[in-house]
Design a protein. Structure first.
Length: 753
């Protein structure tokens, strides 16, 4: 069992190690799943951005001039091959230069022969569809001239940078004859001075010849450039689609791996818990067996002691045998003397007989001891076996005795408990019988007493109800009297203005009533002793009559306000205060109206100046972002500058739209940027923060925006959040945030200038 426990410990350690390994694998799988999700999200975001750019560029290929009219009528024109930009492929990096070299032919349509070109021109004239450039295929190959191939002074020929159908290439070479692609305008100047017969075109689209030059700031991209951008975006879109699919597959595999690792962690955890339970059970069993082993060890010690005692007895017997053998040898080695005479001989014979007898006895004794030793050895073995049997029997007997003793003790306890319970039950029963009899007697007596008490209680209850009613009536009457007295005292104070004690003392029923004043038109007797002039005893009915008459006379006088003067003074003072406050309010209102007028005038002045400056700057910025286009700001209500709105009118080159919603995403973005830059220029600020304002712009428009940013950079600081490489190239410092393997973000900075 100890070995089994050790094995379980080793297995538990192995399971723990595997469980930790599985948990680490689960954490790695979750990290891989998170990374796969982030990669898939980034790839999907990039694919969406590229898709939007591809769609925007594709919209730029939709021409609304004569080229568009011819494309719409392609089914009626048998010789129309399609846009030349779609049929020709330009070496990457030279799109702008080749667009300048082609000129108007960069936006041309390819036709099979001059007859098809003439049919197309007739159709445009008939439908008044505008003008279009046509590139005629099938032109015979002309002899090579200077500049047709190989370039000059290490600069490539423009025709060598274009690939396309074989029947269209002669026309391309004819158009690009004598044109060489150079890096900068200085290189073009050197080449034209050295080789006047050649025309140089720079990478930025400036064309310089001995008799003609064309260039300047970047204009609208040609179809050739747009088509190259569309092809590049399509290739990038395909690559991103593959990356999205790979990311989705990696995410699916990571999710499956995480699911497997989670299942393995759960399985190993369950197995580990099962091993813990098994280990606990084996440990309990090992404890029980350890107790049994300690009992067996004690029994073995007792057996060893018994064997030692038997061995001591055997050694004593052997020592006795050896002593007898020595005595026998001594007897045999004793010398025999010659018999001098018969007596001596007889004595010697007797001694010899005695010696033989002694020898015989010794031999018998030795044999006896040998037999005794053998018997003792056998007895020792039998005793050993008997001891073992006895020990086993004693152990069994002891177990049986203990069991019987335990059972006897349990039985005795049960019997004793039963006897005690029976005795207790008997005593309780007899006691309960006695208590029941006594309780019944008490119950009968109590019922009689209860009946008598109930009868007496009913009598007392009836008497109590009578007394309660009487007391209640007395309390009600007393409360009514007290309320009446309080009302009379209150009335005396309110109506007469006399304290109740003074009223009772001076005007009580025990006092004589003084003569009443004469009524209107009544003449009092002049005799003081006349009963009319004498006080009279108090008669309630008479005095009530006098009171009613006095009340009627008092009511005829009307109400008198004793506080009228005080109220008038207070109202007069309040009227004065309110008049002063009203004057202050009128003055304050006039001041506020004047301030509002001044603020409105100032706001109108500031807004007008800001609007004019912004409108002026907007026209310039818009014309720079949209060469050939027109843009301006228009007030919705010019007569009211405080409530007027501002409309943005934008017309990119080649379009006639009145609403910004009809513009493409890039055009709307450029229009918004033009408005912001106009505000920046009209009212400069110390710094500006721009967040991916050029995300939807192509390279040409991005270059225009970068030039404007560089102009703003001269007077302000710009903080631009961008993913465009060209924008980063013109920055003074770059700051990037990246995430390390431990999930902690890290800021990386690089100063470029």
């Amino acid at each position: 069992l100890k070995a089994e426990v050790d094995g379980l410990d080793a297995g538990d350690a192995d399971l723990a190690e595997r469980h930790e390994t599985a948990k680490a694998a689960l954490a790695e799988a979750e990290a891989a799943l998170t990374a796969a999700r982030e990669t898939a999200t980034a790839a999907e975001r990039g694919r969406a951005a590229t898709q939007a750019r591809h769609e925007a560029l594709a919209m730029g290929l939709r021409r609304k001039d004569g080229t568009g009219a011819l494309l719409e009528a392609k089914e009626r024109l048998a010789g129309l091959l399609g846009p030349a930009a779609e049929l020709l492929t330009v070496t990457p990096g030279h799109e702008t230069a080749l667009a300048a070299a082609f000129g108007t032919a960069a936006d041309a349509l390819a036709v099979t022969d001059p007859a098809s070109a003439a049919d197309a021109l007739r159709l445009l004239r008939k439908q008044d569809g505008g003008r279009a450039a046509l590139l005629v295929a099938g032109t015979p190959q002309e002899p090579a001239t200077v500049g047709d191939s190989g370039g000059a002074d290490g600069h490539p020929c423009a025709a060598d940078l274009v690939r396309g159908p074989a029947d269209l290439m002669p026309a391309v070479r004819r158009l690009l004859r004598g044109i060489v692609v150079v890096g900068t305008l200085e290189d073009a100047e050197e080449l034209v001075v050295a080789r006047p017969e050649l025309t140089a075109v720079t990478a930025e689209g400036d064309l310089l010849g001995a008799h003609f030059a064309h260039g300047g700031s970047a204009g609208a991209p040609s179809l050739l450039e747009v088509q190259a951008s569309v092809d590049e975006a399509a290739a990038e879109l395909e690559e991103l689609a593959v990356r999205c699919a790979e990311s989705a597959e990696a995410q699916r595999l990571a999710a499956e791996r995480r699911k497997e690792c989670a299942a393995l962690v759960e399985e190993l955890g369950e197995r580990r818990r099962a091993a813990e339970r098994e280990k606990s059970q084996v440990a309990q069993q090992l404890g029980r067996l350890a107790g049994q082993a300690r009992g067996a060890a004690g029994e073995a010690e007792r057996s060893v002691a018994a064997a030692a005692r038997a061995q001591e007895a055997l050694d004593a017997a052997l020592r006795e045998v050896e002593e007898l053998a020595e005595r026998l040898a001594v007897a045999e080695e004793m010398p025999v003397e010659e018999e001098p005479d018969t007596s001596v001989r007889d004595r010697l014979a007797a001694d010899g007989a005695n010696a033989r007898q002694t020898e015989m006895e010794a031999r018998l004794q030795v044999r006896t001891h040998e037999e005794r030793v053998k018997g003792l050895a056998g007895r020792a073995d039998s005793l050993d076996r008997a001891a073992r049997a006895e020990r086993e029997a004693r152990a069994r007997a002891e177990q049986r005795r203990l069991r019987l003793r335990h059972e006897a003790a349990v039985a005795e306890a049960v019997a004793s408990g039963a006897r005690q319970l029976l005795a207790h039950v008997a005593v309780s029963l007899s006691r309960a019988e006695a208590e029941r009899a006594a309780a019944e007697a008490v119950k009968a007596r109590r019922e009689e007493e209860l009946a008598a008490a109930r009868t007496h209680g009913r009598d007392l209850k009836a008497e109590l109800d009578k007394l309660t009613d009487s007391v209640h009536r007395g309390e009600v009457l007393g409360a009514e009297k007290r309320l009446r007295i309080e009302q009379l005292e209150t009335r005396a104070l309110e109506e007469l203005g006399v304290e109740p004690t003074v009223l009772v003392t001076e005007y009580g029923p025990d006092q004589l009533v003084p003569p009443s004043p004469p009524a209107e038109g009544e003449q009092l007797p002049e005799d003081p002793e006349h009963p009319r002039n004498q006080p009279r005893p108090f008669v309630r009915a008479e005095q009530e009559k006098r009171l009613k008459a006095a009340e009627r006379a008092y009511q005829q006088l009307g109400k008198v306000n004793p506080l009228a003067l005080e109220e008038f003074a207070a109202l007069e003072e309040r009227h004065k205060f309110l008049s002063e406050q009203l004057d202050d309010l009128k003055k304050t209102r006039a001041d506020l109206l004047q301030v509002v007028k001044e603020v409105d005038e100032r706001v109108e002045q500031v807004f007008t100046e800001a609007y004019r400056d912004t409108a002026r700057e907007f026209e310039g910025v818009f014309s720079r972002l949209f060469p050939g286009g027109e843009g301006r700001l228009v007030l919705t209500d010019p007569d009211n500058m405080l409530t007027t709105g501002v409309d943005v009118e934008a017309r990119p080159p080649g379009k006639k739209v009145k609403r910004l919603s009809l513009l493409s995403g890039g055009e709307r973005s450029l229009t918004a940027v033009a408005l912001l830059v106009s505000i920046f220029k009209a009212r400069p600020s110390p710094f500006y923060v721009m967040d991916e304002v050029e995300a939807a712009l192509d390279d040409t428009n991005l270059q225009r925006l970068i030039r404007i940013m560089q102009e703003l950079q001269e007077t302000s600081q710009l903080i631009v959040i961008t993913h465009q490489k060209r924008t980063m190239e013109v920055a003074d410092a770059l700051y990037g945030v990246s995430m390390q393997g431990d999930g902690v973000s890290k800021v990386i900075s690089q100063r470029l200038r």
